[in-house]
Ligand binder design. Structure first.
Ligand SMILES: [Zn+2]
Length: 393
């Protein structure tokens, strides 16, 4: 089966693989640990659970091991506590492997690969729904010094396992596909291993895998994949592991219109990661053209959460015009910040409201104002249903 045919099979099977009872807000220590214990118990020996360390507050850092193959791949998610999408994807993948355990592709993949899944590297941060560790340290700037036990556990595990490939899984802030008004669903990066961003053999392998993911996701992501900023950051895990000989792939989960729980992006992760694993196992990723990576557009800044068109602004001087208003949600969809006012026709919104020339006094809507969403809607005499957001990185 070609990678594209395999991805199509996964796309069809995903509704069965998906753990419907798990949502982004449940990506905290207890529910994730419970799910892992359950999956391992149901696997009758296919999966093994190992404790690789403890967080500052004593929460267990769990790793699931599966497969007996010579090529080792380590995958870890949510080192930023408020970035849960890939944790759900990793759990869906484990569940999918269990569902499909009688199928040829699972048997072959697990003969070719040894897989190490580490979901939720920062359980203390997840408990607080924050990016950083409970002590305020960004774990992804602690790869070298390893002052946090979480970073130390990840470093130690990589040194012990010496995986050929690593998947560093995050959620990114709302970004556009280059200068277009469309949201980036996913950003990929083969991080550089040094300041000169030289393409080492290790990095080249990671570029091949990114190219493969970008290629096979085309029918599903519909051109909404970008390349993440490749500035060298020696304190980050991707860059550090790349320099240590583990070909490391950064996947940043992005956004999809009208999908605040990120179900679409979660599925893209499952299809992209599983197809990449399958291809690493049988070596088919080596055929992928680099183009599929190098021609990816960068992340842009032409997106807002909520784009309100047709706002008729009036100033006491008598000036009045119809403008667009761009709004960003704060930690939840209940509070917003007005980000921009004026001609925003080159911008996109995850949600769009069209107002028929609704009049409002200019002092009521000022850039950088933070206000309750309901108050903004009252000011504009409108209403728009907004389902709850997933965690907001
Ligand atoms: Zn992150």
């Amino acid at each position: 089966m070609t990678p594209s045919a395999f991805a199509a099979m996964l796309h069809d099977a995903y509704p069965e693989y998906r753990l419907d009872h798990l949502t982004p807000s449940e990506c905290q220590h207890q529910p994730v640990r419970k799910e892992l214990l359950d999956l391992v118990a149901r696997s009758s020996g296919l999966f093994a659970l190992e404790e690789i360390g403890k967080s500052v507050e004593g929460r267990t850092l769990s790793m699931v091991k599966l497969g007996t193959g010579p090529r080792r791949v380590m995958l870890w998610s949510q080192m930023h506590g408020d970035e849960p999408t890939a944790t759900l994807a990793l759990l869906d993948i484990l569940h999918g492997i269990l569902m499909a355990r009688g199928e040829e592709w699972v048997r072959t993949m697990l003969q070719e690969l040894s897989l190490f899944f580490i979901p939720l590297v920062n359980p203390d941060g997840a408990e607080l729904r924050q990016r950083r560790s409970v002590t305020g340290i960004d774990i992804n700037r602690d790869a070298e010094a390893a002052r946090t036990p979480e970073a130390e556990a990840l470093r130690r595990t990589r040194s012990r396992l010496r995986p050929e490939f690593g998947f560093n899984l995050h959620d990114q802030e709302l970004s556009s596909v280059g200068e277009s008004p469309y949201p980036a669903a996913m950003a990929l990066l083969a991080p550089p291993a040094s300041t000169d961003r030289k393409t080492t053999t290790t990095r080249l392998r990671a570029i091949r895998v990114c190219a493969l993911i970008s290629r096979i996701l085309e029918p599903y992501a519909r051109g909404r994949i970008t390349r993440y900023d490749d500035t060298y950051e020696p304190r980050a895990f991707g860059d550090t592991f790349q320099a240590s000989g583990t070909s490391t792939i950064l996947i940043e989960s992005g956004h999809w219109p009208k999908d605040p729980q990120k179900a679409v992006v979660r599925e893209l992760n499952v299809i992209g990661i599983l197809t990449a694993l399958r291809s690493i196992g049988n070596g088919s990723h080596e055929d992928t053209e680099f183009d599929y990576y190098h021609r990816l557009p960068p992340n842009g800044k032409r997106m807002v959460d909520l784009l309100i068109r047709g706002v008729h602004v009036r100033h006491p001087s008598g000036w009045e015009r119809v403008v667009d208003v761009g709004v960003m949600f704060q930690k939840s969809h209940d509070v917003v910040m007005i980000k921009d006012i004026g001609d925003l026709h080159t911008f996109g919104g995850l949600e769009t409201i069209e107002l028929a020339d609704r009049a409002v006094a200019s002092e009521k809507i000022q850039v950088d104002n933070i206000l309750r969403t309901q108050d903004l809607f009252d000011t504009l005499q409108t209403y728009h249903p907004l389902p709850p957001l997933a965690f907001r990185p």
